[in-house]
Design a binder for this molecule. Structure first.
Ligand SMILES: [Zn+2]
Length: 137
């Protein structure tokens, strides 16, 4: 037996490797080469992105996530947790009026409860969303 068999009636030869493939196949079943140049999606085994450092940078480049110039989520989280009752996190986030309100009523312990809820909200907010929500003015 030879490795290369003759094509049957419903088969065509691959434009790339020359081996017989089904006529309806858009891509070679042996080498994956596209049989009709242009306008076809990449073959399955080429679908995964190339490894890092190969060709163009990945489309999900990280600079997009952190391009928003905003306040740091983790600073706000720490401030809300430890100094939330004094509204320090509000001052940090640029909400000065709210900060003074917290400061004025810290002895009622209500700001402590509110700031603890805010601490949880900050914690659950993705960093990029947080930066977008609290940009530097
Ligand atoms: Zn082929």
């Amino acid at each position: 037996m030879t490795t290369t068999r003759a094509r049957t009636a419903d088969e065509v030869y691959c434009v790339s490797c020359g081996r017989p493939i089904p006529e309806s196949a858009a891509f070679c079943t042996h080498c994956g080469a596209s049989q009709s140049p242009g306008g076809q999606p990449p073959p399955p085994h080429y679908a995964s992105p190339p490894p890092y450092g190969y060709g163009a940078p990945p489309p999900y480049a990280t600079q997009q996530r952190y391009s928003v110039h905003g306040r740091d989520k983790w600073i706000a989280v720490v401030l809300a947790f430890f100094l939330g009752g004094f509204g320090i996190h509000k001052f940090y986030l640029g909400k000065t009026a709210q900060g003074f309100l917290y400061l004025l009523f810290f002895w009622t312990f209500i700001p402590w409860i509110v700031s603890f809820i805010e601490f949880i909200i900050y914690l659950l907010t993705p960093e990029d969303v947080f930066r977008a929500k609290y940009p530097y003015s």
